[in-house]
Write a protein that binds this ligand. Sequence first.
Ligand SMILES: [Zn+2]
Length: 408
Amino acid sequence: MKYVIVIPDGAADEPQAALGGRSPLEAADTPAMDALVRSGVLARACHTPPDLPAGSEVGNLSLLGYDPRTYFTGRAPLEAAAQGIALGPADWAVRCNLVTVQRQIMRDFTADHISTAEAVRLLGSLQTALAASPEYRGALEFVPGVSYRNLLIWRGDRMPAPFSMETRSRPPHDLTDQSIVGEFPRGPGCDVLVALMEGSVEAFADHPVNVVRSGYGKLPATNIWLWGLGQAPALRPFAELYGPRGAMITAVDLLRGLAALAGWDRIVVPGATGYTDTDYAAKGRYAIDALRRYDLVCVHVEAPDEASHEGDCHAKVKALEAIDAQIVAPLREALAGYEAWRMMISPDHPTFLRTKTHTHGDVPVAMAGTGIVPDAAQAYGDRLAAQANLAFPEGWQAMEYFTRGARS
Ligand SMILES: [Zn+2]
């Protein structure tokens, strides 16, 4: 059996006045997704339990068949896995954004899309100015990632980390244009996080990187913002739980990390950007090629989520149409060449154009292929799925159905 999963990140949404009262999925011309639903089933699933963050980190964990209430330990450990950083049982990973704060307002959670080369220099300075302090006994490592997305690793064998699951820190993208007063980390170890964040202000104040940036009109990186902290989740390998040997195609670190922890290979596609300008057709081609070598291929596309964050309903519709024509359609055609196959399309969470952010709630799930008995559904869409008989309120249980269920 060959399995394909397509994840249009954040695709689920509300009806839009600008789209004649239709949701982006309803308004988009998606013949391949609709045909898949007609030959299979339309279900709804909730991948973001109300007591956990409504983000890609929780949603995709659930989508891959892991109960997020059991396995979600924070965003940073997933990104550490994506970078190939091994975390020991006493280690913690903390997401370390480079941000721009001016007059106590979070001006930019990306520090004006700071370059990776600049980030490397800034984090090097933090390592010297803050992490090297004897009070931390060599436990702290600032690790550059890509652009503003960096990590702080706390090696617990050198000095026990003061954090717990009760340590809370707001993601900086939730604070955009808001005051940061009263929004600093809370709970066990928060004093250390706050001290590092405040220490970064001094380390960055006259930093050569910022001097150069202001010279060409870019916002400076004024601070680090520490959040998303956690320990490595102990995921049982996907193949052990569900059978298929998988591979992931994505431009996003978080998904790469999840795939690594699930025991999947990661396939790099040139031209995959994680943005609305991604090379959809290349993702489709690489996925078809990977099907020859793997039982299961998962294609994640970030573009619909990005379009929602920008509040651009037409860009969201265009992204969904590109996914349909250049990823879903060719993959469905390729699957027809195999004796037995199944295909699933599911977003990880809704991302509302209205609020420009992720939200809890159901997403529409299309499943079709060998042994899946068709229901009466005629098209892939939000409101049709909301009325579906097949529902996975614990979204992670959909994977059991997809890989083993409904065989005739
Ligand atoms: Zn997402």
